[in-house]
Design a protein around this ligand. Structure first.
Ligand code: C2E
Ligand code: CA
Ligand code: CA
Length: 415
């Protein structure tokens, strides 16, 4: 049945470009146990193990007994990316490990078990058969056993190139911050007359081998762990250092820093920001923090509390990529916000697409009612700038007025 099911799943997985997984599990030292306590106890134990594993699984997962003390778990529709699929499978494997560690009471005795697991993600190749997949999972299981039991291993080349690269980026990024490989770039924000009134700080990574990397390559990876907290904190400290320069004293100018939800939710975030400002000598009235709509989805009261403290000190808050997330208009009203940033997808199509035009007009009037200023992102053409200026008071950020460049280059222009 297991093999049949895999055979059935393969064409769907290929067509829907999704990853499924087969996990094979072998109880460590079961033979010793079986010999010592007798086969009747062994049988009861296997039944108990099956029930424990079943509790961990979702509906739609298939649990099979392969023979002896070997089980298999078939998990469909894990994820579309193999690295996400690996992560999900690691969690499932951990749950199974945990559930087997709880002592079994069999025949009046208490028995503790450990297990080894091997995982194969599929489909991997266009012509994979169910037997190939089973063999890969068993290869991984063998590897887990030789590492000493109690472990989980993936079939190696299940890590496709993209997944390998992600793991490598994560490893290298950990040392990039202490090694001083990150750079602050600034992109000008200009008013309708073309005067630079603010700038957004955008990170770049000067990679020793791969050259200057855009954040799209590493921010999403950093956001999966606390790496993003270190990165954002580094950026905040750098921007505070810039803002402490004499050229900003008495000048109305802000630099906006991106704050990822994970950083925002870290305990002590507000205190950390205020400490960065204090230690650098920069003024809060020169700093804007960009947050995303997603932040408002969870625990809005504590979000409001954190934001209010910072807002009272003079820091501005801007909602980044506005229109692409799940904004609750009710929350928008309750938060101490100063600015909306209209996402570039709306801005870029507004002059040509009536739907986007209507959305931009709607956002502009919403902002006006809520007394928020507006930054339009991704302004690339004069037609886009003209459209925006015709419909409201808008700050422009886009290639038409300036690309992100090293901080020193932009500050020299500002001077
Ligand atoms: P974002 O916050 O939406 O930043 C704006 C992005 O749009 C930047 O890409 C900028 O270069 C790009 N852009 C600006 N004007 C134009 C234009 O006219 N046309 C087009 N096509 N694009 C334009 P970048 O620098 O690659 O940054 C990508 C994203 O990475 C940012 O999107 C932000 O979400 C994230 N990011 C960058 N730096 C940091 C950081 O220090 N911390 C965190 N948490 N995220 C960051
Ligand atoms: Ca931003
Ligand atoms: Ca944005």
């Amino acid at each position: 049945m297991l093999l049949d099911r895999i055979e059935m799943m393969l064409p769907f997985a290929r067509r829907q470009k999704r990853q499924d997984a087969l996990l094979v599990l072998n109880i460590d030292r079961f033979k010793t146990l079986n010999d010592a306590r007798g086969h009747a106890t062994g049988d009861l134990l296997l039944q108990a193990v099956a029930l424990r594993i079943k509790e961990v699984l979702r509906e739609g997962d298939l649990l099979a007994r392969m023979g002896g003390d070997e089980f298999a778990i078939l998990v469909p529709e894990l994820a579309s990316r193999s690295d996400d699929a690996m992560l999900r499978m690691l969690h499932i494997a951990e749950h199974v490990h945990d559930s087997l560690h709880i002592p079994f009471a069999v025949d009046g005795e208490t028995i503790r078990l450990g297990a080894s697991m091997g995982i194969a993600l599929f489909p991997q190749n266009a012509d994979d058969s169910q037997i190939d997949i089973l063999r890969r999972a068993n290869t991984a299981l063998h590897q887990a056993k030789t590492q000493g039991g109690g472990r989980t291993a993936f079939f190696e080349s299940a890590m496709d190139e993209a997944a390998k690269q992600r793991f490598q980026v994560e490893r290298e990024l950990r040392t990039a911050i202490p090694n001083g490989e990150l750079r602050v770039f600034l992109q000008p924000q200009v008013d309708a007359q073309g005067n630079m009134v603010a700038a957004e700080a955008l990170v770049r990574w000067q990679h020793p081998q791969r050259g200057l990397l855009a954040p799209g390559v590493f921010i999403p990876i950093a956001e999966e762990s606390d790496l993003i907290v270190d990165l954002d904190d580094w950026m905040l400290a750098e921007v505070c250092r810039l803002l402490a320069r004499d050229m900003f004293a008495g000048r109305q100018f802000r630099i906006a820093v991106n704050v990822s939800p994970r950083q925002f939710r870290k305990a002590g975030f507000a205190e950390g920001v205020l400490a960065r400002l204090r230690n650098s000598g920069a003024e809060a009235s020169h700093l804007t923090l960009e947050v995303t709509e997603g932040l408002m989805l969870q625990d809005v009261n504590s979000v409001i509390a954190t934001m209010s403290g910072l807002s009272n000190s003079g820091i501005h808050f801007s909602v980044d990529d506005f229109g692409t997330g799940y904004s609750s208009l009710a929350y928008l009203k309750r938060l101490p916000l100063n600015e909306l940033k209209i996402d570039k997808t709306f801005v870029q199509d507004a002059p040509s697409d009536p739907d986007d035009a209507a959305l931009v007009e709607g956002m502009l009037s919403l902002a006006k009612h809520l007394h928020l200023s507006v930054v339009a992102e991704g302004v690339e053409t004069q037609a886009q700038a003209d459209f925006l200026n015709a419909h409201g008071t808008v700050i422009h950020q886009g290639y038409l007025f300036g690309k992100p460049e090293p901080a020193e280059t932009i500050l020299a222009k500002l001077k």
